[in-house]
Every structure is written in structure tokens, then in C-alpha cells.
Design a protein around this ligand. Structure first.
Ligand code: LMR
Length: 342
């Protein structure tokens, strides 16, 4: 298995060891005793986010349609696993389903997923869907098979905004700042191109790191910013809309193949409906978070002018070229081709 093993707390290491020991027995048990199956679904964000609500919908649909025979236990907020260890937990069978951001698949050897992080590549979520809901999106999901995973579908959060304790409207505003990023080389290079120093941190550690001054700023859609209470520790939010944040739902092949076909079909259908629901509420959740943020009055909200945004776009343009080899220029070209089609 080529998953990089990142530091995990002792408690989590214990869990992972126990899971490794019982993984074969567990997958056998699934096949033989689907009645009573409980699916453990771990994620790192709050319940009141597009992701949290979509997964709650998945749980409700599955439990209703199987009359509770299959249960879905959702663990939000990184309660069970964080960014550093959730993929490993999935590989070992310590958890059954994850919905990491697309930025987080490079760390398991799939840097092509970082194409979604390329700044200013997409103008709107509708453009992203042309990729994720089409053959190119499916080809990317198929790549997960190389790591023993099955990609069951994509869904959106939305566009990211920049925050810090000052406005971030021009490339010069970033100079000298330590900006928390996800484990994505593209996002790290984007911050460097703006003059900031990227600091890779798990999502669950971000708010604490901002509060302690370990990092100065970050980027995220507003629903994540608000539900993590980052507004209490960031005085300025700049509506740069510079990049997309979305997710893929993944399971391990061993787990998925161990489920009898009728149940697998039922789960697949419930998930498709839940993800479609997630996509319909993503904008409204971000709008609601924005309204709450404005009402809280803790954080100044800045709208970059068209020329400021253009300067930001120009400053990060070299990232596209610089990371084309890592991502694979064939993927980037295919995306551009699909986007250019009428
Ligand atoms: C982040 O780490 O900033 C996001 O990927 C969190 C998430 O899952 O939305």
C-alpha cells in the first residue's frame, strides 16, 4: 500500500492496529451478515455544512429504505479521524466511507486530482460540473482503483475566499503571511506565487493554529469558515473566489465488494440522491453562512475590484505551468478542452 503514513495520536494508532488485525474477519462478516450492517462514515467538517448535510441525507435515505437494517454512523468534525489518518483508516477498514476534498487525493499518490485546485481555472460551479459529471470525472474516479479505492461520486462545496487579519486583495497583501493550506502542492504553490508562506495543516487544527498565531490566514468557502468559528480569529475576509473546493466519496474495494449487489445498488442510489441534494444546498449554505457572518460583525468583508482580481489571477498563473507535469498536462488539456466546448 503506498499511502504515506503521517503522524497520528496514540489513540488513533491503537484503533488502526486493531482494525488491521480484524480487517479480513470484518469484510467476511459483511458478506455474511448484511442484516445489522453499520457503515462508518467519517469526515472533518461540521454538520451544518454542505458536506455534513448531504451525508446526513445519505444516512436518512439508507436507514429509511432498509428499515434500519443498514445503519450509517456519521462522524463529523474529525471526531474519528483527521486529514492525516483518515485515508489510512479507510485502507485498513477502520472506517468505511470518506468524503475528502479533491485536494487530499494527491497524498495517496494521485496528484491528478490537484487539477481542481488550479487557481482561477473555473469561473463557476457549473463549469466544474461539466468535468465532474462527465467522462473525464469518471476517468479520474477510476484512477482511485490504483489505491484499492472506489470513487462513488463528486459533490461541491463552492469557491474559496481568503482570510487573514488584513484584507487580501492584491498580490502584495500576502507578502510575509503564513497561510494554512490543505496538503496540495498546487495550493501551496498558489500561496508562494502570491508571496505568502504555505503551511500544511489538517482542517481540524486550523482554527486553533489561527487563534494561536501559528498561521496568519487561510482559504476556504464561507460555510467552512463560519462553522469553524474562524471569524472569531480572523478580522478580514476577502471574497476572492479564486479556487474551487469539492469532494469525492470513497470506499475501499474490499468493503464495497463485500456488500451484496442489491444493497450496493441501494447504497449507490441513496448516495447519488444525497450528493445531488448536497449540490442544491451548497450555495444556500454558503449564503446563509455569509449572512450570519455579516450579522456577527466580527470580520470585515472585502470585495476585490475586477482589476484587483485580475492582478491576483495573473500572479498565480505560473502555477498552472509550473505544476502541469505533476498533475499531468493531458488532464489539464482535457479539462480546458471540455470547458471550451460550447
Ligand atoms: C480543508 O481542509 O480546508 C477542507 O478540505 C475541509 C473540507 O473537507 O471541506
Amino acid at each position: 500500500m503506498s499511502t504515506p503514513v503521517l503522524p497520528a495520536c496514540a489513540h488513533r494508532r491503537h484503533w488502526l492496529r486493531a482494525a488491521a488485525a480484524s480487517v479480513l474477519a470484518a469484510s467476511h462478516a459483511i458478506a455474511e451478515s448484511t442484516p445489522g450492517l453499520t457503515i462508518r462514515f467519517s469526515h472533518v467538517v461540521a454538520e451544518e455544512t454542505p458536506k455534513g448535510l448531504a451525508l446526513q441525507r445519505f444516512k436518512n435515505l439508507v436507514e429509511q429504505r432498509t428499515h434500519g437494517r443498514i445503519r450509517v454512523q456519521v462522524y463529523p468534525d474529525g471526531q474519528l479521524y483527521g486529514d492525516q489518518d483518515e485515508m489510512q483508516a479507510l485502507q485498513l477498514g477502520a472506517v468505511d466511507m470518506l468524503a475528502p476534498s479533491l485536494s487530499k487525493f494527491a497524498r495517496i499518490g494521485l496528484p491528478e486530482f490537484e487539477l481542481f485546485d488550479l487557481p482561477f481555472l473555473f469561473d463557476a460551479v457549473a463549469d466544474v460540473r461539466r468535468i465532474t459529471q462527465g467522462p473525464l470525472g469518471q476517468r479520474l474516479l477510476d484512477r482511485l482503483g490504483r489505491q484499492g479505492l472506489v470513487g462513488l461520486g463528486y459533490f461541491d462545496n463552492g469557491f474559496k475566499q481568503m482570510s487573514a487579519n488584513r484584507p487580501l486583495l492584491e498580490p502584495g497583501d500576502f507578502v510575509g503571511l503564513r497561510m494554512r493550506v490543505q496538503a496540495s502542492r498546487v495550493i501551496a504553490e498558489q500561496m508562494r506565487a502570491l508571496g505568502a508562506q504555505p503551511v500544511t495543516l489538517g482542517f481540524s487544527e486550523t482554527r486553533r493554529a489561527l487563534a494561536a498565531g501559528v498561521v496568519d490566514g487561510t482559504e476556504n468557502p464561507i460555510s467552512n469558515f463560519w462553522t469553524q468559528r474562524m471569524h472569531e480569529v480572523q478580522s478580514d475576509l476577502s471574497l476572492t473566489q479564486h479556487g474551487y473546493l469539492g469532494y469525492a466519496v470513497v470506499v475501499h474495494q474490499r468493503f464495497w465488494r463485500g456488500i451484496p449487489t442489491p444493497d450496493r445498488d441501494l447504497l449507490g442510489q441513496a448516495l447519488r440522491e444525497a450528493l445531488a441534494y448536497g449540490n442544491t444546498i451548497a450555495d444556500t449554505q454558503n449564503d446563509k453562512a455569509m449572512a450570519a457572518l455579516r450579522a456577527a460583525g466580527t470580520t470585515r468583508i472585502h470585495q476585490p475590484s475586477a482589476s484587483q482580481r485580475e492582478r491576483l489571477r495573473k500572479a498565480v498563473q505560473p502555477v498552472h505551468q509550473g505544476l502541469a507535469r505533476r498533475i499531468g498536462s493531458q488532464w489539464i488539456d482535457a479539462v480546458r478542452y471540455a470547458l471550451a466546448k460550447p
